[in-house]
Design a protein around this ligand. Sequence first.
Ligand SMILES: *Cc1c(COP(=O)(O)O)cnc(C)c1O
Length: 361
Amino acid sequence: MKAYVVEKEALSHNIELLQKMANGVPVWAVLKGNGYGIGVLPLARHLAEAGIDHFCVTEVREAELLRENGFEDASILMLRSTGDPAELNRLMDLRVILTIGSWETACAINAIAAERADVVEAHLKIDTGMGRYGFLPEDMDHILGVYREQKNIAVSGVYTHFNCAFGSKKLTHQEFETFQKTVSAIREAGFETGTVHCCNSSAFLRFPEMHCDGVRLGSAILGRVPFHTKLRPVGYAEAHVEELRVLPKGHPTGYGAMWTAREDTPVAIVPIGWYNGFRERCDGGITRFRDCLSLILRGLRGIFFRALPLVEVNGHKCRVVGQIGMLHIAVDVRGIECKPGDRVIVPINPLHVKGMKIQYR
Ligand SMILES: *Cc1c(COP(=O)(O)O)cnc(C)c1O
């Protein structure tokens, strides 16, 4: 038996803390990637209990799930700028706020909305550096063209997504300035910009002055940000000791015989491995130079000092010995009490979790 446990209490703690920090600015909870791995619906329900009724998705299916399961009135923003007619029709059925990231998308949305004799709500996306979706700030003609010419679109917001909010403050400030100039230019042309937003989790935590009219938070809700905060990681994998072995001195464990017992060693065999997401690279997030460096150092330390990943057995930190298998690890349990069936906690990023049930507790 193994499961990925989401601690409701930690989740509530994070949501409450983030709402406090947002200080009245609406939190748009990002539910992409199956709710960062912990399930769109259970996560959305938990968020709704805390009063959050603005959500962001990247897939039609995520919006469907919400609408079909009690979120009839929530605001749902599609973060992907799609021009696909099938997707657009479905999103319009679901009353999802669309993203317009290009003139072509605006034309596609307007045409379909006109066909349906409808006026659909959308936010304009400005590309201040991410280089994926969004109008370039110098493309003012097209930006204003959406307001002027696309009569079946009601633009109710303008936003951007920073490329470096976890890293360079200077770059982020520059991008914010570009964004603000674009917003001002729209206003000066006589149009209302509606909800102006630009912060993801990192920007939200580091730049309170950029919160604007809304913040789009994902990883912070799960307590997975590359800074020290009072946020708590909300989940871990839980498994149980399958077998307790005593490996005699000189006996190896795992593929490649990478580890050999230096003395008779009690070893717990735990049925969880890299297939389940244990020790996937990027687990801690390698979003900064510092993280890359620490990853390299960790690797070197592993080679020279046999620094091995840790899991928790009966509340004790214990080292994994030998190679992590696809579905098994061996854990050195010298000096602690341990028997088959005992509980083992394994740190895993929920985004990498595979082959395990998600359990909210
Ligand atoms: C994923 C995403 C977010 C949330 O990012 P976090 O860093 O996880 O908070 C916000 N905005 C956009 C456009 C995104 O794609």
